[in-house]
Ligand binder design. Structure first.
Ligand code: ZN
Length: 258
């Protein structure tokens, strides 16, 4: 017995199946990640347009059957086109990296409405950004960690518990990956997996990435050296919490995020 369901979704992956069909992986608002077969998709190109391409934001109708790994798609229509994601190579690189990362970290059929909203907001912001689009990849990662339950903490020292009311320029800060928090300059000698963090990078996290202020994020100029440090730090942090996380193919295909 199948039930007809409707939900918003983002297309993660699309592969050809037999002569005429496609199997599409969706990250849906109501059901989390699901796979669906779109029968006749290759013949009915006009009907589907770009709605089965990765990064498409769609309204999906499908027949849901409990216990089935691949559901049957009835219709898939674009909700809002993100045209610039396929026209601009930098935007495509960031968008595809986000989609690949999302596919990588989400289990099947585990809904997370806030994460869904974060993905839509991120893709929409990348689409409309006028500069520094790569900054938005770090924005995605930063809030992804929070929405998966292991958010970063930059407000107080994880060792002495002192609240950091402001960051002192040229002071020595670290981030303890295993303790899950910032280490102030007085506690810098404690052992464990820690990541050195300059005052400039710490400010970038506290003042820019912790906010949802997209304008501020894309207006911020980050040096290539700092981008590389931020990238390595966030990736190490995500890998610590998600040990099965593999390197993103999109970053290799499109060149580094930096
Ligand atoms: Zn301390």
């Amino acid at each position: 017995m199948s039930i007809i369901e409707k939900t918003e979704a983002i297309v993660l992956r699309s592969v050809d199946f037999r002569e005429s069909s496609k199997i599409v992986t969706f990250y849906t608002k109501k059901f989390g990640k699901i796979a669906g077969i779109v029968k006749g998709a290759k013949q009915a190109k006009n009907k589907y347009g770009s709605s089965l391409e990765p990064m498409s934001y769609v309204s999906l109708v499908f027949y849901y059957k409990e216990g089935r790994d691949v559901q049957t798609v009835s219709s898939c229509d674009i909700v809002k086109p993100f045209r610039k994601l396929s026209d601009d190579l930098d935007k495509m690189a960031v968008g595809m990296s986000i989609i690949e990362l999302l596919n990588n970290v989400t289990p099947d059929r585990h809904e997370n409405v806030q994460l869904f909203a974060h993905v839509i907001n991120s893709l929409n912001s990348i689409n409309s950004a006028t500069k520094n689009v790569k900054n938005l990849f770090f924005y995605f990662e930063y809030h992804l960690a929070r929405l998966l339950g292991f958010g970063l903490q930059f407000e107080s020292c994880v060792q002495c518990k002192k609240i950091l009311s402001h960051v002192i320029d040229n002071d020595r800060y670290h981030y303890s990956i295993d303790r899950g928090g910032l280490i102030c300059s007085q506690c810098a000698d404690i052992t464990g997996t820690k990541f050195e963090m300059t005052s400039e990078i710490l400010k970038t996290f506290r003042e820019i990435y912790s906010s949802n202020n997209i304008d501020l994020i894309i207006e911020t100029e980050i040096s290539n050296m700092n981008k590389e440090i931020i990238h390595n730090f966030l990736w190490t942090y995500l890998r610590y919490h998600l040990p099965n996380l593999y390197s993103l193919k999109s970053l290799t295909v499109f060149g580094k995020i930096i």
